[in-house]
Design a protein around this ligand. Sequence first.
Ligand code: C5P
Length: 248
Amino acid sequence: MEKLDLLYQGKAKKLYATDDQDVLWVEYMNQATAGNGAKKEQIEGKGHLNNEITSLMFRLLAKRGIASHFVKQLSGTEQLVRKMTMFPLEIVMRNVAAGSFATRYGVKEGTVLSKPVLEFFYKSDELNDPFINNDDILALELATEEQLEIISAKAREINQALLAIFSSIDVRLVDFKIEMGITSDGMILLADEITPDTCRLWDEQGQGEDSEAIEHLDKDLFRRDLGSIIPAYEEILTRLQGLESPEA
Ligand code: C5P
Protein backbone atom coordinates (compact mmCIF):
# COMPACT_ATOMS: atom_id res chain seq x y z
CA MET A 1 0.00 0.00 0.00
CA GLU A 2 1.33 3.40 -0.97
CA LYS A 3 0.85 6.60 1.05
CA LEU A 4 -0.30 9.44 -1.24
CA ASP A 5 -1.54 13.04 -0.71
CA LEU A 6 -2.47 14.54 2.64
CA LEU A 7 -6.27 14.84 2.51
CA TYR A 8 -7.05 16.29 5.91
CA GLN A 9 -5.28 17.39 9.04
CA GLY A 10 -7.36 17.31 12.21
CA LYS A 11 -6.36 18.22 15.75
CA ALA A 12 -4.84 14.83 16.56
CA LYS A 13 -4.58 12.97 13.24
CA LYS A 14 -3.52 13.35 9.64
CA LEU A 15 -5.37 11.48 6.89
CA TYR A 16 -3.67 10.51 3.63
CA ALA A 17 -5.00 8.97 0.45
CA THR A 18 -3.57 5.61 -0.64
CA ASP A 19 -3.39 3.79 -3.96
CA ASP A 20 -6.61 2.00 -2.90
CA GLN A 21 -9.50 4.50 -3.22
CA ASP A 22 -11.41 2.78 -0.40
CA VAL A 23 -8.54 2.96 2.11
CA LEU A 24 -7.02 5.88 4.03
CA TRP A 25 -3.66 6.09 5.79
CA VAL A 26 -3.98 7.63 9.29
CA GLU A 27 -1.12 9.14 11.23
CA TYR A 28 -1.64 9.86 14.93
CA MET A 29 0.05 13.07 16.05
CA ASN A 30 1.43 14.12 19.43
CA GLN A 31 -0.72 17.23 19.55
CA ALA A 32 -3.19 17.55 22.40
CA THR A 33 -5.93 20.18 22.28
CA ALA A 34 -8.79 21.20 24.54
CA GLY A 35 -11.57 23.76 24.35
CA ASN A 36 -11.82 23.51 20.54
CA GLY A 37 -8.09 24.23 20.16
CA ALA A 38 -7.89 27.03 22.77
CA LYS A 39 -5.33 24.95 24.70
CA LYS A 40 -2.72 23.21 22.57
CA GLU A 41 0.45 21.24 23.41
CA GLN A 42 2.81 18.72 21.86
CA ILE A 43 3.03 15.68 24.13
CA GLU A 44 5.79 13.25 23.22
CA GLY A 45 4.48 9.69 22.90
CA LYS A 46 0.76 10.58 22.74
CA GLY A 47 0.32 9.72 19.05
CA HIS A 48 1.94 6.33 19.54
CA LEU A 49 -0.16 5.49 22.61
CA ASN A 50 -3.45 6.51 20.96
CA ASN A 51 -2.68 4.57 17.79
CA GLU A 52 -1.90 1.46 19.86
CA ILE A 53 -4.95 1.89 22.08
CA THR A 54 -7.47 2.54 19.32
CA SER A 55 -6.12 -0.34 17.20
CA LEU A 56 -6.56 -2.64 20.18
CA MET A 57 -10.03 -1.27 20.96
CA PHE A 58 -11.20 -1.86 17.39
CA ARG A 59 -9.82 -5.43 17.51
CA LEU A 60 -11.54 -6.11 20.86
CA LEU A 61 -14.83 -4.70 19.51
CA ALA A 62 -14.53 -6.81 16.34
CA LYS A 63 -14.27 -9.91 18.57
CA ARG A 64 -17.61 -8.83 20.06
CA GLY A 65 -19.20 -8.52 16.62
CA ILE A 66 -18.88 -4.74 16.28
CA ALA A 67 -17.40 -3.77 12.93
CA SER A 68 -15.43 -0.56 12.42
CA HIS A 69 -13.42 1.28 9.78
CA PHE A 70 -10.18 -0.24 11.14
CA VAL A 71 -8.16 -2.25 8.59
CA LYS A 72 -4.76 -2.74 10.22
CA GLN A 73 -2.02 -1.13 12.24
CA LEU A 74 1.01 -0.19 10.15
CA SER A 75 3.47 1.18 12.69
CA GLY A 76 3.62 2.77 16.12
CA THR A 77 1.77 5.85 14.93
CA GLU A 78 0.05 4.75 11.71
CA GLN A 79 -2.93 2.64 10.69
CA LEU A 80 -5.05 1.92 7.63
CA VAL A 81 -8.80 2.52 7.77
CA ARG A 82 -11.71 2.23 5.35
CA LYS A 83 -12.63 5.46 3.63
CA MET A 84 -16.02 6.70 4.73
CA THR A 85 -18.39 9.59 4.21
CA MET A 86 -18.67 10.82 7.77
CA PHE A 87 -21.84 12.03 9.50
CA PRO A 88 -20.99 15.50 10.89
CA LEU A 89 -21.94 14.29 14.36
CA GLU A 90 -20.16 13.67 17.62
CA ILE A 91 -22.05 10.77 19.14
CA VAL A 92 -21.74 10.80 22.93
CA MET A 93 -22.82 8.04 25.29
CA ARG A 94 -22.88 8.64 29.04
CA ASN A 95 -23.16 6.22 31.94
CA VAL A 96 -22.13 8.59 34.73
CA ALA A 97 -22.65 12.38 34.93
CA ALA A 98 -19.51 14.34 34.07
CA GLY A 99 -18.25 17.16 31.87
CA SER A 100 -20.80 19.15 29.88
CA PHE A 101 -23.72 16.98 31.12
CA ALA A 102 -22.88 17.72 34.76
CA THR A 103 -22.56 21.44 33.95
CA ARG A 104 -25.71 21.64 31.79
CA TYR A 105 -28.00 19.99 34.32
CA GLY A 106 -26.24 21.02 37.53
CA VAL A 107 -25.61 17.40 38.51
CA LYS A 108 -22.64 16.36 40.65
CA GLU A 109 -19.85 14.66 38.64
CA GLY A 110 -19.88 10.97 39.44
CA THR A 111 -23.68 10.66 39.76
CA VAL A 112 -24.65 7.33 38.20
CA LEU A 113 -27.28 7.84 35.50
CA SER A 114 -30.36 5.65 35.83
CA LYS A 115 -30.04 4.78 32.13
CA PRO A 116 -27.31 5.37 29.55
CA VAL A 117 -27.75 8.71 27.79
CA LEU A 118 -27.19 9.17 24.07
CA GLU A 119 -26.43 12.71 22.91
CA PHE A 120 -25.44 14.28 19.61
CA PHE A 121 -23.29 17.31 18.94
CA TYR A 122 -23.07 18.97 15.54
CA LYS A 123 -19.44 18.82 14.37
CA SER A 124 -18.56 22.39 13.52
CA ASP A 125 -15.44 24.21 14.73
CA GLU A 126 -17.00 27.60 13.86
CA LEU A 127 -20.08 26.87 15.97
CA ASN A 128 -18.12 25.11 18.74
CA ASP A 129 -19.80 21.72 18.23
CA PRO A 130 -23.28 22.62 19.59
CA PHE A 131 -25.68 20.13 21.17
CA ILE A 132 -28.21 18.96 18.56
CA ASN A 133 -31.37 16.86 18.90
CA ASN A 134 -32.85 14.20 16.62
CA ASP A 135 -35.35 16.56 14.94
CA ASP A 136 -32.55 19.08 14.28
CA ILE A 137 -30.48 16.34 12.64
CA LEU A 138 -33.38 15.33 10.38
CA ALA A 139 -34.38 18.94 9.57
CA LEU A 140 -30.79 19.81 8.63
CA GLU A 141 -30.55 16.55 6.64
CA LEU A 142 -27.39 15.46 8.45
CA ALA A 143 -28.80 11.91 8.45
CA THR A 144 -32.03 10.23 7.41
CA GLU A 145 -34.49 8.82 9.95
CA GLU A 146 -33.40 5.28 9.11
CA GLN A 147 -29.70 6.18 9.42
CA LEU A 148 -30.33 7.91 12.75
CA GLU A 149 -32.03 4.79 14.06
CA ILE A 150 -29.06 2.64 13.02
CA ILE A 151 -26.56 5.12 14.47
CA SER A 152 -28.45 5.23 17.78
CA ALA A 153 -28.79 1.45 18.07
CA LYS A 154 -25.11 0.98 17.24
CA ALA A 155 -24.03 3.62 19.78
CA ARG A 156 -25.93 1.83 22.54
CA GLU A 157 -24.51 -1.54 21.48
CA ILE A 158 -20.98 -0.10 21.44
CA ASN A 159 -21.57 1.33 24.92
CA GLN A 160 -22.50 -2.13 26.25
CA ALA A 161 -19.40 -3.70 24.67
CA LEU A 162 -17.09 -0.95 25.95
CA LEU A 163 -18.59 -1.15 29.44
CA ALA A 164 -17.76 -4.87 29.51
CA ILE A 165 -14.24 -4.36 28.15
CA PHE A 166 -13.35 -1.54 30.55
CA SER A 167 -14.93 -3.14 33.60
CA SER A 168 -12.75 -6.23 32.95
CA ILE A 169 -9.65 -4.02 33.37
CA ASP A 170 -11.02 -2.24 36.46
CA VAL A 171 -11.81 0.96 34.65
CA ARG A 172 -15.10 2.83 34.92
CA LEU A 173 -16.39 3.99 31.54
CA VAL A 174 -18.01 7.30 32.46
CA ASP A 175 -18.71 8.56 28.94
CA PHE A 176 -17.24 8.61 25.45
CA LYS A 177 -17.53 10.18 22.02
CA ILE A 178 -17.57 8.21 18.79
CA GLU A 179 -18.14 9.04 15.15
CA MET A 180 -19.73 7.03 12.36
CA GLY A 181 -19.76 7.15 8.60
CA ILE A 182 -20.96 5.26 5.53
CA THR A 183 -18.71 3.11 3.34
CA SER A 184 -18.82 3.33 -0.45
CA ASP A 185 -21.06 0.24 -0.40
CA GLY A 186 -23.55 1.85 2.00
CA MET A 187 -22.62 0.32 5.35
CA ILE A 188 -22.81 2.46 8.50
CA LEU A 189 -19.68 1.82 10.54
CA LEU A 190 -17.94 3.00 13.68
CA ALA A 191 -15.01 5.23 12.66
CA ASP A 192 -12.55 7.79 14.06
CA GLU A 193 -10.94 6.59 17.31
CA ILE A 194 -11.60 5.16 20.76
CA THR A 195 -8.86 6.41 23.06
CA PRO A 196 -8.44 8.16 26.42
CA ASP A 197 -8.71 11.39 24.35
CA THR A 198 -12.32 10.54 23.56
CA CYS A 199 -13.45 8.59 26.65
CA ARG A 200 -13.67 9.46 30.34
CA LEU A 201 -12.02 6.56 32.11
CA TRP A 202 -11.84 6.46 35.91
CA ASP A 203 -9.52 4.04 37.67
CA GLU A 204 -11.28 1.57 39.94
CA GLN A 205 -8.10 -0.15 41.06
CA GLY A 206 -6.89 0.74 44.54
CA GLN A 207 -9.94 2.94 45.16
CA GLY A 208 -11.18 2.56 48.75
CA GLU A 209 -14.91 1.87 49.18
CA ASP A 210 -15.65 5.39 50.38
CA SER A 211 -12.94 7.26 48.47
CA GLU A 212 -14.36 10.34 46.77
CA ALA A 213 -11.16 11.03 44.81
CA ILE A 214 -11.38 10.39 41.08
CA GLU A 215 -8.31 8.84 39.42
CA HIS A 216 -8.55 10.09 35.83
CA LEU A 217 -6.97 7.87 33.17
CA ASP A 218 -8.03 10.15 30.33
CA LYS A 219 -7.69 13.55 28.68
CA ASP A 220 -9.34 15.37 31.59
CA LEU A 221 -5.81 15.27 33.08
CA PHE A 222 -4.80 17.63 30.26
CA ARG A 223 -8.07 19.59 30.01
CA ARG A 224 -8.10 20.33 33.74
CA ASP A 225 -4.32 20.60 34.31
CA LEU A 226 -4.36 17.64 36.69
CA GLY A 227 -1.08 16.05 35.56
CA SER A 228 0.64 14.24 32.70
CA ILE A 229 -1.52 12.10 30.44
CA ILE A 230 1.32 9.77 29.39
CA PRO A 231 1.47 7.48 32.48
CA ALA A 232 -2.35 7.29 32.46
CA TYR A 233 -2.55 6.35 28.76
CA GLU A 234 0.27 3.82 29.28
CA GLU A 235 -1.72 2.28 32.12
CA ILE A 236 -4.80 1.93 29.90
CA LEU A 237 -2.71 0.36 27.12
CA THR A 238 -0.99 -2.10 29.47
CA ARG A 239 -4.27 -3.25 30.98
CA LEU A 240 -5.91 -3.62 27.55
CA GLN A 241 -2.91 -5.60 26.25
CA GLY A 242 -3.58 -8.06 29.08
CA LEU A 243 -6.92 -8.84 27.40
CA GLU A 244 -5.20 -9.80 24.14
CA SER A 245 -2.37 -11.88 25.62
CA PRO A 246 -2.62 -15.66 25.00
CA GLU A 247 -3.09 -16.36 28.76
CA ALA A 248 -6.03 -13.93 29.05
O1 C5P B 1 -17.40 17.48 27.31
P1 C5P B 1 -18.43 16.42 27.33
O2 C5P B 1 -18.87 16.04 28.73
O3 C5P B 1 -19.61 16.71 26.45
O4 C5P B 1 -17.70 15.12 26.70
C1 C5P B 1 -18.36 13.87 26.65
C2 C5P B 1 -17.39 12.82 26.14
O5 C5P B 1 -17.03 13.09 24.78
C3 C5P B 1 -16.06 12.78 26.92
O6 C5P B 1 -15.67 11.44 27.05
C4 C5P B 1 -15.09 13.51 26.02
O7 C5P B 1 -13.79 12.98 26.14
C5 C5P B 1 -15.64 13.24 24.63
N1 C5P B 1 -15.44 14.36 23.70
C6 C5P B 1 -14.56 14.21 22.62
N2 C5P B 1 -14.38 15.24 21.74
C7 C5P B 1 -15.04 16.40 21.87
C8 C5P B 1 -15.95 16.57 22.94
C9 C5P B 1 -16.12 15.52 23.85
O8 C5P B 1 -13.95 13.16 22.45
N3 C5P B 1 -14.86 17.37 20.98
